[in-house]
Design a protein around this ligand. Structure first.
Ligand SMILES: [Zn+2]
Ligand SMILES: [Zn+2]
Length: 152
């Protein structure tokens, strides 16, 4: 799920507040039960002379998500996604370039993407499709910019 949370830095000193939009698992980090995705509500608050908005939610299991913990979870997840890159198979489908052995010539050895480590970080099929679509759009935009730059 994608939510807006407060980031107050990692030290003890007051550094103000930054609102970050992060993606975390739909499942509770403590018990793996579902997070309260359908309870996500906007919450406005006033700080340093500005009105700010974040998301709040209530997990049905009763575990409370702390902002510092979900920020760490989102960071770990982003690192995992960077490490476990996808590539497209000739005959369709996607495999993980990190989990699939480099010398895999047997199609049986392909580890499909999202691979088990990404799955356990809560990457769903739906999110996987969204990530692939976004990455392709970015690549396409880059090609287009290059082509246009070359024409001038
Ligand atoms: Zn829980
Ligand atoms: Zn992988």
């Amino acid at each position: 799920m994608t939510v807006r949370v407060c980031d107050r830095g990692s030290g003890r000193d007051y550094v103000g507040v930054t609102i970050r939009t992060i993606t975390i698992s739909d499942r509770c980090a403590q018990c793996d039960g579902p997070r309260g995705v359908d309870t996500i509500r906007n919450h406005n608050f006033h700080e340093d002379g500005d009105w700010l908005s974040v998301d709040t939610w209530k997990n049905p299991c009763g575990h409370v998500d702390m902002y510092s913990a979900v920020l760490a979870e989102a960071r770990k997840r982003a690192e995992l996604l960077e490490l476990h890159e996808w590539d497209e198979l000739l005959f369709g489908g996607f495999y993980c370039m990190y989990c699939t052995p480099g010398d895999a010539d047997d199609p049986e050895q392909n580890v499909y993407w999202p691979c088990p480590p990404l799955r356990s970080a809560g990457v769903t099929d739906e999110e996987a499709v969204a990530l692939i679509t976004a990455e392709r759009a970015a690549i396409e935009a880059e090609h287009r910019a290059k082509a246009e730059g070359g024409a001038v």
